[in-house]
Design a protein around this ligand. Sequence first.
Ligand SMILES: Nc1ncnc2c1ncn2[C@@H]1O[C@H](COP(=O)(O)OP(=O)(O)OP(=O)(O)O)[C@@H](O)[C@H]1O
Ligand SMILES: [Mg+2]
Length: 470
Amino acid sequence: MSSEPAIAIRGVGKHYEIYDKPQHRLWQSVFRGKRQFYREFWALRGVNFDIQRGETFGIVGRNGSGKSTLLQIVAGTLQPTTGEVRVHGRVAALLELGSGFNPEFTGRENVFLNAAMLGLSRGEIEARYDDIVAFSEIGDFMDQPVKTYSSGMYVRLAFSVSINVDPDILIVDEALSVGDEAFQRKCYARIRTIRDSGATILFVSHACAIVLELCDRAVLLDHGEQLLLGAPKPVISYYQKLMFAPPEVAARLREDFRAMDTQTLASQTAVDASGSNSTPEFQAGVAATASSLVPVTPADPTPSPSERFDPNLVPKSTIVYPSRGSRIENPRITRLDGSPVNILRRRREYEYRYDVHFDQTAQRVRFCMLIKSVTGLELGGFATPLGQEVPIIRAGSVLEVAMRFRCTLAPGVYFNNAGILGEDATGVEQYLARMIDAVMFRVEPEARSSLTATMDFLIEARYTAVQEAL
Ligand SMILES: Nc1ncnc2c1ncn2[C@@H]1O[C@H](COP(=O)(O)OP(=O)(O)OP(=O)(O)O)[C@@H](O)[C@H]1O
Ligand SMILES: [Mg+2]
C-alpha cells in the first residue's frame, strides 16, 4: 500500500462573486472587466492539510465557516478557485440535503445511478441492492420518485448507498442528525465498522461530543480560514472558547490560534473551554442562606405514571452473535415489580433482565450488560466479578438474569448489550452468547433539569456567602 495520504488538500480556496441585485450580474457581463458590480467573497481560503489513510477526521466551525464547501470540494462536486485536492480511493459522500440524488428519478434508479458513479458495475450494484434497501427501510417507496420522500427517507437512502459501496473514504456532512435514534444508532454502528475496516472518514458535525468521541484529529474552520488543526480535544476546547468570546476577545484569540503551531496543540490535553476566569457574583441576601438546590431523590420503588412501555421503541441495530452453547432471549427492562418499561425516569431504579437458554453445559459462567449512547459510546456496564462465577450450569437449563441499576443518565435514548461468558473445554473464557443493542430505552425529558451532559453524578450544589456586600 502506498504511503500517500488518503486526502491531500493544497492551498484550497473558494471564491464567490456576490451580486446584491440580479441585474448586476447582467451588467457585469456587459461591462466585463471595466467595472465591478460584485463583492468578493472567499468561502474558503488557503486550506492546507493531509488526511492519512484510516484516519477519522472532524471539521468543526460556526455556521457559514466553510465546512460544507470544503467537503464538496473533497467530494469533487465543487471546483476550488485556488489550489487542488488529491484523493486516493473510492469516495462515498453524504453531503447536505439536496445534493446527490436526482429528484425526478425513483429511489431504485437513484441507487443504480449513484453506485455507478462510485464505480460499481451493474452486477455489483444488483448484488448489493437488497442490502441497500433493507438498511434504508424505504420499502415500497423505492419505486417512487425521491422528490416525494421526506427528508428522513432521503437521508436514509443516501446513507445506505454510501455505506454499502465499500468506500475507501466516507464523507459525512451533519446528515445523521436526521432520522430517529434507532436509525442513528444503526448508522453510527456502521460508521464504526467502516472505520475499523481501515477506511478514512471525513466528518462535519456541530455536536462537539461526537467529534471528540469518533475523530483522531480535527480542524477548526473560521470564516473560511483553517484556524487550528490537531487532536480533537484542544481543537474543540479552543473552538468553544472562540464561540463564546465577545468580538474583541475573539479577534485576539484568532491571532493566538494562528501563532500556535501544531505541536503545541498536540501537546495539550486539557484546556479551559469556558474562556472565563471570573467567579460568579452573588447578590447579598440571596447567597446568605446556604441551600442545596438539587436534593438527591432516594430511589423510589413505587411506579411513576410517566414510566411506561412504548412498543415502538425497538432497536434496529441488534446483532446476535452465533451461539457457543447458550442463547439470550427476551431481553427487557422492568420496574422493580417486574412490569416492562422502556421509558424511564432519571434517578429511579430498574432491572435489566434476560433469559438464558443453556443448550450445552457451561462452566464458570458470568453475566454481562453494557449501556451505550446512540453513537455507541460505552457508558457503563457490569460483569459478574471473577470469583463469583456460577460453577456449572447443565444443558437444558433456563435462567432469568436480572441486573438492578439506577438510571443516572440524562434524558435521551440508550442501548443495552447482553452477554454470557463461560469457559470452554480448555479452560479459556469466551462469550457463550452475546447480543449487541438488545434493547433500547428512553430517559424521559425533564422540564427543569439541573443536569448537563450525559451522566448524572448525583451532584448537589451548596452556595455559601463568603463575603456579603451591602
Ligand atoms: N453558491 C454560493 N454563492 C455564494 N456564497 C456561497 C455559496 N455557497 C456557499 N456560500 C457561502 O460560503 C460560506 C460557507 O458556506 P458553507 O455552506 O460551506 O458553510 P458551513 O460551514 O457548512 O455552514 P453550516 O454550519 O451552516 O452548514 C457561507 O457564507 C455561504 O453563504
Ligand atoms: Mg454546512
